[in-house]
Write a protein that binds this ligand. Structure first.
Ligand SMILES: Nc1ncnc2c1ncn2[C@@H]1O[C@H](COP(=O)(O)OP(=O)(O)OP(=O)(O)O)[C@@H](O)[C@H]1O
Ligand SMILES: [Mg+2]
Length: 752
C-alpha cells in the first residue's frame, strides 16, 4: 500500500465517521430537541390561554372567548385548529365543526389536549392542532446545507491532501527509491528532486551525501581492489617463480591451501589434498626421525623451523630435503596455517662433505708440509750426529773382547741409535721426503719375509695365522715401504695383545672393487686390488679415538714406547701407492686393518732380490786393500770413517775440505780406487765434488753419503755417475758391504 493511501485512508475513515455522526445522531437529535422545544412553548402558550379564558367560561362570556381564540388563531399561523369543549363535550369553539383542521398526511402535525379545571371543577377541554413542519423544515434545510458544505469541503480537502501527498511525499520518495535502486545497480548519477527544506528534502540531501560517500568508498574500494589484485598477481608469480616446492597448509586439516607448480603440477588443487599425501603419498601425517611433521613442530614452538626429510629411492639412493616452515597465527595466537618451502639439499650436502674432506686433506697436507720442513731441517744434522755416535759405538763393539759385559751396553746404545734412525726415517717417509723406489713387487714375499723377522721377536703367546694367496699378482711398490707397512701394522697388533696374548692374523687376497665403490664405503676407483688384512684379538681401539689414529704423533702408548708415527706413515705410504686403508675395531674384541693396493696390470717378474742388507757378523765383514779417498766436513766423522775403513783393510786418505781432496786427486788421479764423500759440505756440495772428480776420472767409483738432502735422490745420483747413495747413520757392516759391492762392480759399470 502506498504511503499516500496509508495517510489518506485514516482521513477518509475519519470523514466517514464524522458524516455518520452528523446524519445518524447529531441531526435527528437536533430536530428532536427543536420539536420538543416547540411543543413545550406551545403548551405553555395554551396554558396561558386556558388561564385567560377561565373567567369568561365562568361568566359565560362565550363571545369574548370566541373573539380571543380567533385572535390567537389569527396570530399563530402554524395553529391548524383550536377546539374548546364544555365539560359535557359540547363544542364551544369554533362554532362550526367543519372548522376541524385538515391535517392530511403532513408529518410534523401535533395535537395538544388540555382539561380546563378551576378549583377541581372541570370547566371544559381545549384541543389544539399544531403544524411544526415549516419550522422544522427550516432546521432540516440548515442541516442539509451544513452537510453539503461539510461534504464538499471534505471532498476538496481529500483531493488536496491526495495531490499534496502525491507531490510532496510520494513523488520525491519514488525518485529517491528509483535513485537507490539505480545506486544498487552501480549507477551513481540518477537525478533527484529538490523538494526544499522539508523532511523529504533532508532525506534526499542525506541520500545524496550517502551516495557521494558510497561513490568515494566505491572508488577507494576499486582502487584498493586493483592494488590487491596486482599484489595477489605479484605474489602468485613470485611463488610460481620459485623453483623449489612451496605450499601453504591448513594446520588443522593438513589440507593444501596454496601450492606452486613445483609442488603441485595439476590445474586445480583438489579440495581434500593433504600435505602428507601430496609430498609422500602417505595416508597420515609425517612422523619419525626421517620424516618429522613440520606442523606438529611449529604447533609446539609457534616459531619458524627447519626440518630435514630423508627419502630413499627405489634404487636405494638417499635424497635429503630441507624444509623451511613458517607459522601463520590467527587472532587468538593459534597456528592456523603453515607455509612450507622445500629444498633438495642432496647435492649440496655431498658438495659440503667433499669440501670438508678437501679441507681436512688440505690441513693434512699442510701438516705434512710442516713436518716435512721440520724433518728435512733436522734430519741432516741428526743423522750426522747419530752417525758419529753409532759409528764409534759400533767400532767399540767390534773392538771389545768377546764376552765382555761392555758388549751388551754397547748393543743397547746401538739399539737406541737404531730407534732414533728409524724415527727420522719414519718422519721422512711420512712427509714423503724419502725417495720412493717403486718396482713391480710380489707383496706376498715381502709379507712372508717380514713375518719371519717378526716371529723371531714376538713371544709365542701370540699365535700367527696366515692366509696368504701366493698367486697374487704384483703391485707397483717400494719394497722398503711395503716392509714398513707390514712391520708397523703387525707391531701395533702385537702391542695390543702383549699382555693377554692372542691371534695375529695376516691375510692377502685379490679383490675387485665394484664400479660405484659404494659397497665398500671407500673412495677407490673401480678395479682389482690386493687386500692385505692385519687383524688381532687385542684390546681394540676406543671409538672416540678411532678417527685420530692416523694423525702423526697420535699415540696412546707410554712415553718411549711409541712415537705415534706408525699409522701416519702407513697411511702416507698407502696413499702414495694409490691405495686405501680402513680400520674396524671393537674395544675388548680386537682390531682389523685392511690395506688395498692396486694390482699391477702388466705381467712382470717381481723383484727377486730384496735390497735390504742382511747384517753380517764381524768376522764375515767384507774388506779389502784398495785405496779410498774419504771426504766429510765433520772432522770426527771423517776420522771415524777412516778408522773403520782402515780396520777393514783399506788404505784411506781422509779430508774435511773437498778442495783439498780434489787437489790430492788432481796430483795423482790413479792413486785412488774409490771416493766416499759427504753430501752437504760448506763451499762445495758432494754433487759438485762428484762432478769434478768424474771430470778428472770418469770411471772413478763414488759413494755419496748423506744425512738428508732434498737436492738428490738415488736415481739422480746414478744418472750423474755416482755408484751408491747411502743414508747416514750407517753401520760398519753396511759400510763394509757397500764399499765392497761398489769396488767389485767397478769393472762391470762403465763410467760416464
Ligand atoms: N692393532 C691395534 N690395536 C689397538 N690399538 C691400536 C692398534 N693399532 C694402532 N692402535 C692405536 O693407534 C695408536 C697409533 O698407532 P701408531 O702405530 O700410529 O703409533 P704407536 O704404535 O703408538 O707408535 P709407533 O708406531 O710410532 O711406535 C696407538 O697408540 C694405539 O693406541
Ligand atoms: Mg705403531
Amino acid at each position: 500500500m502506498s504511503l499516500r493511501l496509508k495517510i489518506f485512508l485514516p482521513l477518509f475513515f475519519f470523514g466517514a465517521l464524522l458524516f455518520t455522526y452528523l446524519y445518524g445522531y447529531w441531526m435527528p437529535h437536533s430536530l428532536f430537541y427543536a420539536e420538543e422545544e416547540y411543543r413545550k412553548s406551545t403548551e405553555r402558550h395554551i396554558d396561558s390561554v386556558m388561564e385567560g379564558i377561565v373567567p369568561f367560561l365562568l361568566s359565560g362570556q362565550i363571545d369574548t372567548i370566541h373573539e380571543n381564540l380567533n385572535t390567537l388563531m389569527h396570530k399563530n399561523k402554524h395553529w391548524l385548529g383550536l377546539q374548546l369543549f364544555d365539560p359535557a363535550g359540547k363544542l364551544i369553539y369554533p362554532l362550526q365543526s367543519s372548522l376541524k383542521p385538515d391535517i392530511g398526511n403532513k408529518p410534523d402535525i401535533y395535537t395538544i389536549e388540555k382539561q380546563i379545571v378551576y378549583f377541581e371543577t372541570k370547566l371544559g377541554r381545549l384541543t389544539l392542532t399544531v403544524d411544526y413542519g415549516q419550522r422544522l423544515n427550516v432546521i432540516r434545510s440548515e442541516h442539509n446545507e451544513l452537510a453539503f458544505t461539510l461534504l464538499l469541503s471534505t471532498g476538496v480537502f481529500f483531493v488536496c491532501i491526495w495531490f499534496v501527498l502525491e507531490r510532496v511525499v510520494s513523488r520525491p520518495i519514488k525518485v529517491i527509491a528509483n535513485a537507490s535502486k539505480r545506486l544498487a545497480d552501480g549507477d551513481f548519477d540518477a537525478p533527484l528532486l529538490k523538494t526544499g527544506q522539508d523532511e523529504i528534502g533532508t532525506l534526499a540531501d542525506s541520500f545524496c551525501d550517502m551516495r557521494d560517500a558510497i561513490r568515494g568508498y566505491q572508488t577507494e574500494l576499486t582502487r584498493k581492489n586493483e592494488s590487491l589484485k596486482e599484489e595477489h598477481e605479484f605474489l602468485l608469480s613470485t611463488i610460481e617463480s620459485l623453483s623449489h616446492p612451496f605450499y601453504v597448509i591448513d594446520a588443522s586439516s593438513y589440507r593444501i591451501v596454496l601450492a606452486n607448480k613445483a609442488a603441485y603440477s595439476g590445474p586445480v588443487i583438489p579440495e581434500n589434498l593433504t600435505c602428507y599425501y601430496m609430498t609422500h603419498g602417505r595416508s597420515g601425517p609425517c612422523s619419525g626421525e626421517d620424516h618429522p611433521c613440520c606442523i606438529a613442530e611449529i604447533r609446539k614452538t609457534k616459531k619458524p623451523a627447519v626440518l630435514e626429510h630423508t627419502h630413499l629411492s627405489d634404487k636405494g639412493v638417499k635424497n635429503i630435503f630441507e624444509i623451511y616452515a613458517y607459522p601463520i597465527l590467527d587472532e587468538k595466537g593459534a597456528v592456523s596455517r603453515v607455509i612450507e618451502y622445500c629444498i633438495d639439499v642432496t647435492e649440496k650436502r655431498k658438495a659440503d662433505e667433499e669440501k670438508e674432506q678437501m679441507a681436512a686433506q688440505l690441513l693434512h697436507l699442510q701438516k705434512l708440509e710442516a713436518i716435512g720442513t721440520l724433518a728435512g731441517g733436522i734430519a741432516h744434522d741428526f743423522n750426522n750426529i747419530l752417525m758419529g755416535m753409532m759409528g764409534y759405538c759400533d767400532m767399540a763393539r767390534y773392538s771389545v773382547p768377546e764376552g765382555s759385559e761392555i758388549v751388551e751396553m754397547l748393543d743397547n746404545v746401538l739399539k737406541a741409535g737404531k730407534r732414533a734412525k728409524y724415527l727420522v726415517q719414519q718422519i721422512l717417509s711420512f712427509s714423503r721426503q724419502t725417495e720412493q723406489m717403486k718396482t713391480p713387487l710380489k707383496i706376498q714375499d715381502s709379507i712372508e719375509e717380514a713375518l719371519k723377522l717378526l716371529r723371531a721377536s714376538i713371544p709365542t703367546t701370540i699365535e700367527f695365522r696366515k692366509n696368504i694367496d701366493t698367486h697374487c699378482e704384483p703391485v707397483l711398490a717400494d719394497p722398503t715401504q711395503m716392509h714398513q707397512i707390514i712391520m708397523n701394522l703387525c707391531t701395533n697388533a702385537y702391542h695390543a695383545m702383549r699382555k693377554t696374548g692372542g691371534v695375529l692374523g695376516v691375510a692377502l687376497k685379490k679383490v675387485d672393487i665394484e664400479r660405484d665403490g659404494h659397497t665398500t664405503g671407500m673412495i677407490l676407483s673401480p678395479g682389482e686390488y690386493l687386500k692385505l688384512e692385519v687383524s688381532d684379538t687385542g684390546h681394540g681401539i676406543e671409538h672416540a679415538v678411532l678417527d685420530r689414529i692416523f694423525e702423526p704423533f697420535f699415540t696412546t702408548k707410554e712415553i718411549g714406547e711409541g712415537t705415534g708415527m706408525g699409522l701416519a706413515v702407513v697411511h702416507g705410504i698407502v696413499k702414495s701407492h694409490g691405495g686405501h686403508i680402513t680400520v674396524y675395531s671393537e674395544p675388548g674384541i680386537g682390531t682389523t686393518f685392511n690395506v688395498y693396493l692396486p694390482v699391477l696390470k702388466q705381467a712382470v717378474s717381481a723383484r727377486e732380490e730384496d735390497p735390504r742388507n742382511i747384517r753380517p757378523s764381524f768376522e764375515s765383514l767384507p774388506g779389502g786393500n784398495e785405496r779410498i779417498l774419504l771426504v766429510d766436513d765433520e772432522e770426527e766423522i771423517a776420522l771415524m770413517g777412516r778408522q773403520i775403513l782402515e780396520k777393514l783393510g783399506y788404505s784411506v786418505s781422509s779430508f774435511t775440505k773437498p778442495l783439498d781432496a780434489l787437489e790430492a786427486l788432481h796430483a795423482k788421479p790413479d792413486s785412488f780406487d774409490l771416493v766416499i764423500t759427504d753430501m752437504t759440505m760448506p763451499l762445495m756440495t758432494g754433487l759438485e765434488f762428484a762432478h769434478k772428480i768424474l771430470a778428472l776420472r770418469k770411471d772413478m767409483p763414488i759413494i755419496l753419503c748423506t744425512g738428508f738432502s732434498e737436492l738428490i735422490n738415488g736415481d739422480r745420483a746414478k744418472v750423474i755417475g755416482i755408484r751408491e747413495y747411502v743414508m747416514k747413520p750407517i753401520l760398519i757392516s753396511e759400510i763394509a758391504a757397500t764399499v765392497r759391492r761398489v769396488l767389485d762392480r767397478k769393472d762391470n759399470v762403465s763410467g760416464n
